[in-house]
Design a protein around this ligand. Structure first.
Ligand SMILES: *Cc1c(COP(=O)(O)O)cnc(C)c1O
Length: 363
């Protein structure tokens, strides 16, 4: 042990030694189907109009600290209930972190069904909070309600995260089961609607009906992943407290201007979503026709599939060698060790994926 090691251990929280930084694989030159990005860009005339808006940006000034124009645009376009408030984050990742920062420091449990979005666990454990993952039913990734009821009674979680639809499995949980969890939960239930554009079903109208319900969304999967803008909707009493921990200028001026501009063009994004949904159906059907694969139905812009006889890691590597990047999961005993996740791309990208998969399955 060097003197520096001693110093690190003396200064840092011990949990950090157990964590790894979030890894993003290099994707230059690849067909990038690993991160649920919208593959479509904007028509040239729309880009020109956007650049015209950016020309007005006062980069020498701090941005509006509350990003009021963006929040107002979201309130209207997303139909946010009048009695609810909106908190903006630098991506919904930052909102997850804000919620957890408000809880950290007490002996609290954070809960989510698993497998799910890894940032819930990563951020909770990084803040020294105890995270309890409750396994989903592995036949269809639905909630294991007896296990959830027991876990809620045993651990009294301060926060339950429910990705709706879930990432990486793609399914929506039954709405009545979420309602039951809302009734049982002693603290917060965060319904994470990152994939709302592809799912078309939401808990937003129920925010006023439940003290503990927060609905979280992002513009990332809709087609603005580069902007980093997420929003959280809930009772003003919650939003006011989280806002105390938010950094004053967390939404930069380029994001504010660009988001306001993009929200004024809903038809452009709606048309892109339509194309993605049509491709999702085509990709799903193509995958279900492969006897070596079991594809899971998806309410999002990606499809999880299981390799029935091949090694998933080997198929992943073969796809990568052929220039197609998808997502693989932890090997060993993880519930998704036999699965890969592919984001729905443009038709030609999906064709390249399917051709590469055929080669990987029958080399
Ligand atoms: C992608 C994703 C997010 C993160 O979204 P950002 O706004 O880009 O940080 C949150 N939740 C789920 C379930 C996701 O899949």
């Amino acid at each position: 042990m060097s003197a520096l090691d001693d110093r690190l251990r003396w200064v840092l929280r011990p949990e950090l030694a157990l964590l790894a930084a979030y890894h993003v694989p290099p994707a230059v030159g690849m067909v990038k189907l690993d991160a649920m990005e919208n593959p479509y860009t904007w028509p040239p005339a729309m880009i020109d109009e956007w650049l015209g808006c950016l020309r007005e940006a006062a980069l020498n000034r701090y941005p509006d600290p509350g990003a009021d124009a963006v929040r107002e645009a979201l309130r209207v376009t997303a139909d946010v209930p009048a009695e609810a408030d909106i908190l903006l984050g630098n991506g919904s990742d930052e909102l997850i972190q804000l919620i957890l920062m408000a809880v950290a420091g007490r002996d609290a449990v954070i809960m989510a069904p698993e497998p799910t979005f890894v940032m819930y666990r990563q951020l909770a454990e990084g803040l020294g909070l105890r995270f309890v993952g409750v396994p989903l039913r592995l036949d269809d990734f639905s909630l294991d309600m007896p296990a959830m009821r027991e876990a809620v009674a045993q651990h009294a979680p301060a926060v339950i995260f429910l990705a709706y639809p879930n990432n990486p499995t793609g399914n929506l949980y039954a709405a009545e089961e979420i309602e039951e969890l809302l009734a049982l939960a002693p603290g917060l239930v965060v319904v994470d609607e990152a994939y709302l554009p592809f799912a078309g079903t939401t808990f937003l109208p129920r925010v006023g009906a439940h003290d503990g319900l927060l609905v979280m969304r992002t513009l990332s999967k809709l087609g603005l992943a580069g902007l980093r803008l997420g929003y959280l909707v809930g009772a003003p009493a919650w939003i006011r407290e989280f806002d105390k921990l938010r950094l004053p200028y967390n939404i930069n001026i380029l994001t504010q201007i660009s988001a306001e501009f993009a929200l004024s063009k809903p038809h452009v994004f709606a048309a892109q979503v339509e194309r993605i949904l049509a491709e999702r159906e085509r990709l799903y059907r193509a995958l279900t026709e492969l006897s070596a694969v079991r594809a899971f139905p998806s309410s999002a812009n990606f499809i999880l599939f299981e390799l029935l006889s091949q090694d998933a890691r080997a198929v992943f590597e073969s796809l990568k060698t052929q220039g197609v990047l998808v997502k693989a999961f932890a090997a060993g005993s993880g519930p998704l060790r036999r699965c890969l996740r592919v984001t729905v791309g443009k038709p030609d990208e999906n064709d390249r994926f399917l051709a590469a998969l055929a080669v990987a399955l029958d080399p």
